[in-house]
Design a protein around this ligand. Structure first.
Ligand code: HEM
Ligand SMILES: *[C@@H]1O[C@H](CO)[C@@H](O)[C@H](O)[C@H]1NC(C)=O
Ligand SMILES: *[C@@H]1O[C@H](CO)[C@@H](O)[C@H](O)[C@H]1NC(C)=O
Length: 327
């Protein structure tokens, strides 16, 4: 009898656990993690991002991209911020690194946060907060960033190459890459909307203009008129020119990316290929017609992306400088 009742108690407790811990997600992150230990942390990050955006609104895009690159390689652990060391190339020095920028914003925010509460707030959390703040300042949606990530001690260029999708990736492979990170095809459709802001180097798309299958051909999924325009901006052999991802709207976070994909003006093959499967195609069309659906889903997917492989509790460390592991 005693045994049975303690078993019952166990059952009841087990059933209650999820309720008790509801505020903390499966990975141990929660909204307002620094409420007691560093109450000004989120404000400091927001003000720092705002001061940079006020000088140059294009800085928001690299901040968003930084969070993506951080999370897809070793989880959101600030590994993207670490410098290479002697004989070891870090993520930021891998080939997909060309776009990476915004490190000065993170370092400035970190210095200000350290001055307020030394050794408390992780670099990985600052990246997650700055990504959101940048999107908001480019007129995009806001979402509640969960915090409590800790910083990793390893960053490897080869892991960046292995985990980040190339802009030439087709839909089935894109879905597989996202699935390996716990993200769905729906997340893929929503997060690709990030390409409504920012810039791109020509090496990420010139193949589509000049030599798509190796026969001197053009990618048939690209609008001929737009291909012509891109050719004038990036002549054959040019791998370094920079063009706006969403021309004319590059610092405005809106649904025009989706309208461009529908018009066959998505700049990457990985954008165009979203039309090739029903789940992603339906969402592309849905988002062209509904800013509120896009904004809502984008926030939900960003929170999911922000929890990939995080270090929490006693794992990892709180770096003193974002580019260096602690001694
Ligand atoms: C679906 C797979 C994705 C591929 C293949 C991809 C690929 C790329 C490439 C090649 C660039 C241009 C880099 C350059 O030439 O400078 C870029 C830029 C960018 N990506 Fe993605 N991306 C993907 C998903 C994402 C996600 C999930 C996010 C954010 C959540 C994101 C945010 C951005 C932003 C904001 C930029 C502009 C960066 C800047 O202006 O510096 N991308 N992406
Ligand atoms: C990108 O990585 C390559 C090595 O893969 C390195 O030579 C280059 O300097 C890096 N570029 C930037 C901007 O860090
Ligand atoms: C096109 O690609 C093929 C195969 O990759 C290559 O052999 C050829 O030299 C390329 N042509 C040009 C003009 O770059």
């Amino acid at each position: 009898m005693a045994l049975r009742s303690s078993f019952l108690t166990f059952l009841v407790c087990a059933a209650l656990l999820p309720v008790l811990f509801k505020a903390v997600d499966a990975q141990g992150l929660k909204v307002g993690f620094y409420k007691k230990t560093c109450p000004k942390a989120e404000t400091i990050v927001r003000q720092t991002v705002a001061s940079f955006v006020a000088k140059d609104a294009t800085v928001a895009a690299p901040l968003l991209s930084l969070h993506f690159h951080d999370c897809f390689v070793r989880g959101c652990d600030g590994s993207v911020l670490l410098d290479s060391t002697k004989g070891h190339l870090a993520e930021k020095d891998a080939t997909p690194n060309l776009s990476l920028d915004g490190f000065d914003v993170i370092d400035t925010a970190k210095a200000a946060v350290e001055a307020a509460c030394p050794g408390v707030v992780s670099c990985a959390d600052i990246v997650a907060l700055a990504a959101r703040d940048g999107v908001v300042l480019n007129n995009g949606p806001s979402w509640q960033v969960e915090t409590g990530r800790r910083d990793g001690r390893v960053s490897s260029a080869s892991e960046a190459v292995a985990n980040l999708p190339s802009p030439f990736t087709e839909i089935s492979e894109l879905k597989a890459i996202f699935a390996r990170k716990g993200l769905s095809a729906e997340d893929l459709a929503a997060l690709s909307g990030s390409h409504t802001i920012g810039n791109v180097h020509s090496n990420a798309f010139t193949k589509r203009l000049y030599n798509f299958t190796g026969k001197g051909d053009r990618d048939p999924s690209l609008s001929p008129a737009y291909a012509q325009k891109l050719r004038s901006q990036c002549p054959r052999g040019d791998e370094t020119s920079i063009v706006e991802m969403d021309p004319g709207s590059a610092v405005r976070f809106d649904t025009s990316y989706y309208a461009r994909v529908v018009d066959r003006k998505g700049i990457f093959r990985s954008d165009a290929t979203l039309l090739q499967e029903k789940v992603t195609r339906d969402l592309v069309y849905q988002y062209t017609g509904s800013t509120s659906d896009f904004f809502h889903d984008f926030g939900v997917s960003m929170i999911k992306m922000g929890s990939i492989g995080v270090l929490t509790g006693a794992r990892g460390e709180i770096r003193k400088h974002c580019a260096l592991v602690n001694a």
